[in-house]
Design a protein around this ligand. Structure first.
Ligand code: AMP
Length: 302
């Protein structure tokens, strides 16, 4: 495994993979890797000849009052996780490599369709998806992967990146990987490290709310309002959960679902203490609390 930091080194790596006719996978991350990230990397290693993992806390996707400065970082540990998972390259650029114009001057930006960004997280994080789309477009242009791996935990992000890949005509297959959870159901997140023990317990209201909503969606004659009410009841019964949104949306369009016969996603975002958490479940997929837990999922407990 090789650690690369600059554009010329990346170009050399990509050229050597291309010359050898090897299929290249890319796993973009912000580091502080946990078992969710590892699931992406391991799937990429299974499906591709070479895998690059990028580790970059992207400043343009954080708002001015968000946690960019205190976002957790541990490159040494991340390198060990990537090596163990079988990655070929780690790309760990300084911000000046990705944004050479300097701090606060992002240069060319990528604007995703408003229909995909005005709701859900987009309503609470103005500009967030412009930052995500911009950095992913740069990573795609630089690495030119055959396949790129993203987690369904960030469901709205996957919708934005699907549109980006199609609209900007990147010849890249997006592979979407199911959410990896802690044994008690909490979705793995680098931000879980911020939770105090009490907050960690409070945070379980999110997967439990999704579980209740998922169960309600399987009841006879279930309506969207029943699903939302079942999930909301769990959240409202848990002190310390400051709800941002709870929505049942169409998986293609992200608009509120009126018909449970179509593929839908129940999505939640809440602040627990100072930590913002998101989670979601597909109403036609497995129950969130029955989801498989990755081996070694204790690696990054709060
Ligand atoms: P991040 O480092 O948080 O930007 O995440 C990097 C990638 O890992 C994104 O595609 C995320 O959706 C994915 N990811 C984060 N947490 C999980 C999880 N618990 N399960 C599966 N994928 C995840």
């Amino acid at each position: 495994m090789e650690v690369v930091h600059g554009v010329p080194e990346v170009r050399r790596a990509v050229e050597s993979a291309r010359r050898g006719g090897r299929k290249l996978g890319l796993v973009p991350t912000m580091g502080y890797l946990h078992a969710g990230h590892r699931a992406l990397i391991e799937q990429a290693v299974r499906e591709c000849d070479e895998v690059a993992v990028s580790i970059f806390v992207n400043p343009t996707q954080f708002g001015p009052n968000e946690d960019f400065a205190r976002y957790p970082r541990d490159l040494e540990r991340d390198l060990a996780v990537c090596r163990e998972a079988g990655a070929s390259w780690i790309f760990a650029p300084e911000p000046a490599v990705m944004y050479p114009q300097g701090p606060g001057v992002p240069g060319t930006l990528v604007l995703p369709p408003e229909s995909l960004t005005r709701g859900l997280c987009g309503a609470f994080r103005p500009g967030h998806f412009v930052g995500v789309a911009t950095v992913v477009a740069k990573l795609f242009a630089l690495w030119q992967p055959d396949r790129a791996y993203f987690g369904l935990k960030d469901f709205q992000q996957t919708a934005v990146l699907r549109a980006l890949t199609t609209d900007l005509m990147f010849p890249i297959a997006l592979v979407l990987v199911p959410t990896v959870r802690e044994p008690d159901g909490l979705a793995m997140s680098s931000r879980n490290v911020f939770l105090s023990p009490d907050e960690r317990t409070t945070a379980l209201a999110l997967p439990r709310a999704l579980q209740a909503g998922w169960a309600a969606s399987h009841g006879p004659h279930a309506r969207p309002a029943d699903v939302l009410a079942a999930a909301r009841a769990v959240l409202e019964a848990t002190p310390g959960v400051a709800l941002q949104y709870l929505e049942l949306v169409d998986r293609e369009t992200l608009v509120d679902t009126v018909d449970l016969a179509r593929p839908a996603m129940l999505a939640v975002a809440a602040q627990v203490g100072k930590t913002r958490l998101i989670d979601n479940v597909a109403t036609d997929g497995p129950a969130p609390l029955a989801a498989p837990v990755a081996a070694g999922s204790e690696a990054r407990q709060a």
